[in-house]
Design a protein around this ligand. Structure first.
Ligand SMILES: [Cu+2]
Length: 272
């Protein structure tokens, strides 16, 4: 009695499971096709290319696996004919195949990633526009170094409502520095070097359109270098859950063409 195949039992669950799996695959493919990453506005398009290559490979693997899994569940539901599986050990051919196959896919991806990393982390050229972004709970302050191109020193003792970034006005380099709150302006087509420091906790300088995301670590100076390639107004977000007001730690980046940028500087920079 016990050895008789239970042909009909569990048949319904098999069908329901297979349909659910295929449904999840369809839904996720639909959402991936429907939504796209934000419009690219920097020279970091090569990151998008790598992103889409990886998404294509993992996406195809995901669809293949899930569809095959659903089919196996459906085909052998309720212990149907031919359901007894065979077992074997040590198939060197199979092991070589999946090891080499995986390596062939992963090595070029990792290599490309390393090349991109070198590019992203390359030091800023001398003519880069330098701005210091100061993150705090919950706002962004952007310090422009002024005509001397040098950032004045700061002192945490000097933090106040009027002097958000604690700029030491006794420092000669600070005399022409000026600060914008929640607004960053950069010229198009010139490398931007954004130095980052935090006044309190860890924040992250996130420019979705520029494929830029860099942490601000208290007590440390970090930086990102990128080149805006498109004029317009873009969001600057904080990508680190930095406290209760994290959601409103938001600024705007205005990218202008060179002439507008110079006019804007002339109008806004003190003493220019
Ligand atoms: Cu933050």
């Amino acid at each position: 009695m016990a050895d008789e195949p239970r042909a009909k039992e569990g048949g319904f669950q098999g069908v329901a499971m297979a349909i659910s799996l295929w449904g999840i695959v369809l839904l996720s493919v639909f959402f991936f096709l429907r939504y796209d990453v934000p419009e690219l506005a920097s020279d970091r398009g090569y990151l998008d290319t790598l992103f889409y290559v990886i998404l294509g490979i993992t996406g195809a693997a995901y669809i293949l696996y899930q569809v095959a899994l659903g089919w196996v569940i459906y085909r052998f539901r309720g212990n149907r004919a031919g359901a007894a599986s065979s077992h074997w050990h040590e198939s060197h051919k199979l092991e070589w195949t999946w090891t080499l196959g995986t390596a062939l896919i992963l090595v070029p991806i990792v290599w490309t990633g390393l090349v991109h990393w070198e590019r992203v982390k390359a030091p800023a050229p001398d003519d880069a526009v330098a701005v210091m972004a100061v993150g705090a709970q919950f706002q962004w302050d952007f310090q422009y170094p002024g005509a001397d191109g040098e950032f004045g020193r700061f002192d945490p003792q000097l933090y106040s409502i009027e002097n958000q970034i604690g700029l030491d006005r006794d420092d000669p380099a600070a005399s022409d520095d000026w600060v914008l709150t929640n607004q960053l302006v950069l010229p198009v087509g010139r490398p931007a070097r954004i130095l980052l420091r935090s006044k309190d906790v860890q924040h992250a300088f996130f420019l979705p359109n520029f494929r830029v995301k860099q942490d601000l670590v208290p007590g440390m100076l970090t930086e990102v270098v990128f080149t805006p390639v498109k004029t317009g107004s873009y969001e600057v977000a904080c990508a680190e859950l930095c406290g209760l007001g994290h959601y409103r730690m938001r600024a705007f980046l205005e990218v202008m063409d060179e002439a507008d940028y110079q006019a804007w500087l002339a109008e806004n920079a003190p003493g220019s």
